[in-house]
Design a protein around this ligand. Structure first.
Ligand SMILES: NC(=O)c1ccccc1
Length: 504
């Protein structure tokens, strides 16, 4: 790849794009003035990149057959053995397929990325391997992570672990399935609008979206830096706390939090909830798509926290219902500018860029018709808004997100945790391939209203299973103060000890 001087015709067309009118002399002169910088580009091009070393051997693995993969949860199985000892010794882990595992293909749910092979490991991959974990492979996620339903991956829907034909939730769909089925001990998910917590709700797993910046996002395909989160999805609270302990903390790349407050989360286990104050968030039960049976199951679970010794009261935060609206410009334009037009990264970040991903992902422009209908919708809207208004709504929404954060923080003066349904409904039927675009999009986005607000306020939030309705799990969400994951684990663990949520 060499950079060459633009031809006079190329320079004219660029000038048009910039609104500049150039004479022939101007064109010749600007071309001459570019020569030195073009040489600089080629010097950079010739230098080796600066990316982390791959520490543990692995093979590209294989794509399991439908018989081995009946729910379409797996993309590639490939075993990577970590250190001989450590906190995760004996634990197997699956990675959401937007996380870079060097040498093993990654497609992030999109046909446009098929064939891409990352060349370095995400920070959290190295951390888990250093802690003795064994990585079992990559699990499917939704098309560029842009869906809360599990029907948007280019190679087919992911099915719910409890009921074939039902949604596993998204966008970390495969992660929820393989944990719920016990095929691995742990999985990693990603969350920009709820994508760790929504599949946890639909699959009946424990999914923690940690405080923004607590876990390095380095080496994970971004959507938008302000909402990018990654975190643990597990079958038990203890495993979740243990995994977060390994994942958390500054890595020297991710600049978002200068000094993340890291704790030994496993110390929260067994502490009980006596004296804890829990606020039942009224508006969390008032979403347009709320299912009465889900609300009831979550309210019943709230009573159990009272039985366990916590103070449990109702609290109203009317602005919670504005959260999805405030999320919309940030999610939409972030996705459009950073992930799509920015070749995955955009500019002005100071973390680690994957140039191999940037090069490969650029190709989406040649195959845009193969994007999922949800990805197309976000891309069309984000492009229209940017063409018409520029990023001013993004900026205003980001400013207003601080008012939303303050509204929750006011409640956190009186309560240690907020409690609400993770998703207003339990898993829905997967749309048929012949479903209308309207149904396809509804099944992808109707469940994000309670989760998305905390992606822009950055509070830690965890989904825990609290009961079953019609053979499908119900998810309860606990939200804590910034960096108070330990408080969430304390409560979640106490609740888990009551007994089998499948019988509640
Ligand atoms: N990645 C996400 O959390 C997400 C979920 C739903 C819609 C858009 C994004």
């Amino acid at each position: 790849m060499t950079v060459v001087l633009p031809t006079p015709a190329q320079l004219r067309s660029v000038a048009d794009q910039c609104g500049l009118s150039l004479t022939d002399d101007d064109v010749a002169s600007f071309r001459g003035l570019m020569q030195g910088s073009i040489e600089a580009y080629n010097l950079v091009g010739a230098m080796p990149d600066e990316v982390p070393e791959v520490k543990y051997p692995r093979t590209p693995g294989y794509r399991p057959s439908p018989e081995e993969n009946p729910r379409n949860a797996w993309y590639r199985k490939s075993t990577v053995k970590g250190a001989a000892s450590g906190k995760l010794k004996g634990k197997t882990v699956a990675l959401k397929d937007n996380i870079m595992l060097a040498g093993v293909p990654m497609m992030n749910g999109s046909a446009t990325l098929e064939g891409y092979v990352p060349d370095f490991d995400a920070t959290i991959v190295t951390r888990m391997l250093d802690a003795g974990a064994e990585i079992a492979g990559k699990v499917h996620c939704e098309s560029f992570c842009m869906s809360g339903g599990s029907h948007t991956n280019a190679v087919g829907a992911v099915h719910n672990p409890h009921k074939m034909g039902y949604s596993a939730g998204g966008s970390s769909s495969g992660s929820g399935v393989v944990v719920a089925l016990g095929e691995v001990d742990m999985a990693i998910g990603g969350d920009q609008g709820g994508s760790i917590r929504m599949p946890s709700s639909f699959c009946g797993t424990y999914g923690m979206k940690p405080t923004w910046g607590l876990v390095p996002y380095t080496g994970i395909m971004p959507i938008e830096v302000f909402v990018d989160h990654t975190g643990p999805m597990t079958a038990t609270v203890a495993d979740n706390a243990l995994l977060l302990e390994v994942l958390a903390g500054d890595d020297g790349y991710d600049p978002r939090i200068k000094a993340p407050k890291v704790e030994e989360y496993t110390k929260a286990l067994g502490q009980g909830v006596k004296g804890m104050r829990i606020g039942i968030l009224k508006e969390g039960f008032e979403q347009a798509t709320a299912e009465a049976a889900v609300n009831e199951s979550v309210r019943e679970a709230a009573k159990r926290f009272k039985d366990l010794g916590a103070t449990v009261e109702n609290v109203s935060i009317p602005m919670h219902l504005m959260g999805p609206a405030i999320w919309t410009p940030i999610g939409t334009e972030g996705m459009t500018q950073t992930m799509m037009y920015g070749d995955g990264y955009g500019l002005s970040r100071s973390d680690l860029y994957s140039t191999t991903l940037m090069d490969f992902h650029r190709g989406w422009r040649r195959q845009a018709d193969s994007l999922s209908e949800t990805t197309k919708l976000f891309l069309l809207l984000g492009t229209y808004i940017n063409n018409t208004f520029g990023p001013r709504y993004y900026g205003k929404a980001l400013n207003i997100s601080r008012r939303l954060t303050a509204a929750y923080d006011k409640a956190f003066k009186d309560y240690d945790l907020l409690l609400l349904p993770t998703t207003p409904m339990k898993a829905t039927k997967l749309p048929e391939p012949t479903a209308s675009r309207e149904d396809y999009v509804a099944r992808a986005l109707e469940m994000i209203s309670n989760t998305a607000p905390f992606d822009i306020t950055h509070h830690p939030a965890m989904s825990l299973p609290c009961g079953m309705v019609d053979g499908l799990p119900v998810g309860l969400m606990l939200v804590g103060r910034m960096f108070e994951e330990s408080t969430i684990y304390r409560a979640a663990h106490a609740f888990e000890q009551i007994g089998d949520w499948k019988k509640m």
